[in-house]
Design a binder for this molecule. Sequence first.
Ligand code: NAP
Length: 474
Amino acid sequence: MQLKTDLYIDGAWVKGDGTLPVTDPATGSVIAEVATAGEKECDAAIAAADRAFKTWSKTAPRVRAEILRKAFELMIAESDNLAKIISMENGKVFTDAKGEIAYAAEFFRWFSEEAVRTPGDFRTAPAGDKRILVTHQPIGVSLLITPWNFPAAMATRKIGPALAAGCTMILKPASETPLTAIAIIDILERAGVPKGVVNYILPSKTGAMISKILHDPRVRNLSFTGSTEVGRVLIKEAADNVLRTSMELGGNAPFVVFDDANIDDAVAGAMIAKMRNGGAACTAANRFIVAKSVAQEFTTKFAKAMGALKVAPGLDEGAQLGASVSIKERNKIADLVDESVKAGGKLELGGKTPDGVGAFYPATVISVDAKNPILNNEVFGPVAPVVTFDTDEEGIALANATEYGLISYIYSSDLKRAIRTAEAIESGMVAINRGVISDPAAPFGGVKQSGLGREGGFDGIHEFLETKYIGVEI
Ligand code: NAP
């Protein structure tokens, strides 16, 4: 497989101020050396995006839509290769990577359809003597920062609406997973995105250079997906130039199983909600909050299903749980489990870091009490703490006992009870009797410290549009 490794600025593949190794976390071997951007390249990317905005923002929505549609088709046609790149640099298993590509490509298709349908409106002022015209215009140069856990989907979820809206952009992926971003940029170039509209950089000094970009008056919008910790820093940075910001941050999703739930269905849903992407998802079920009367049955069946997973390098035949993205991330997971056990958590499965190369961690289930520290942290790995409750109120209080509010899962055979709970739970998204609800056609996003704004659905394009009111005297 021929991998591109350069930066992409103003329609050209260019070298930067150095290189960064990209490592396969399953083997520890270096798979590529990618170019890094210095101040000169970062500035060139802003200048290119600023120049291109003048024409791209005026390009007919239909033309923008056709380019996005072409990018969708290329991604689907090349999905095996793209999935291999994801597996190699991120560690996730090939089936998860293929699933991610299908999901990621769908953002291009969805926003190709949205590009031609941004509604405005025409109103009569209450006094009757004026007209109110409401229209939407692209914000301008947008900085898109993405994490390593979904290196394709988190990029397309931003690039799709930004292109559809008429914005130009600078994409900055996570340092662990730039190859997927580069492959997507290559597809966009082949799909016909004009030069300067999409630029890709990988700063050699992330914090300092991103700060500089955010203080450049040519940049008008920041769309960030990553940890709450970094999100807080970036909100402060963005405040100086009063930038529009969209923040998709961390999660600590509760998975509530009521006593009337079908336990086999709940276990099947738990396997998806917990193990998609090896547990490295902001949407991953992180706290299993289970009615006491069914907790034994749920935990036994869940631990059995978790224990049956084949742990292997992502590209191995039949692999179901791959490596974490790095040894550092794997060790974070191991530390959280050790701390949980020290605080009284009872290991039902796993919990021991394997010897040998590769950032592997086994599927782990721990029974804990409500005070266990693991419940306060986003684990980002194949670890499932189970805590029990007696009354619905107690279960809901446990679900809400977190600073995060991205997604929640509820299992119950009583729809009224499930909807009452969904309304009482503080999260931007709720899945009822389902282990996954991410959908490009639905608004994705969190409340509390899980973020600001929504991506996907009808809302996603508005993260890249300003509303303009034109008043007319008649
Ligand atoms: P992260 O450490 O916050 O990094 C995310 C991105 O921010 C990376 O590109 C990183 O670049 C960059 N970054 C780090 N420090 C920065 C700084 N000081 N200034 C500017 N940029 C900076 O997150 P991660 O570990 O990659 O991803 C995992 C997190 O993302 C989890 O918390 C997860 O819940 C969250 N996430 C949320 C969603 C959602 O939709 N809500 C989706 C996926 C993931 P470098 O790699 O160069 O440091």
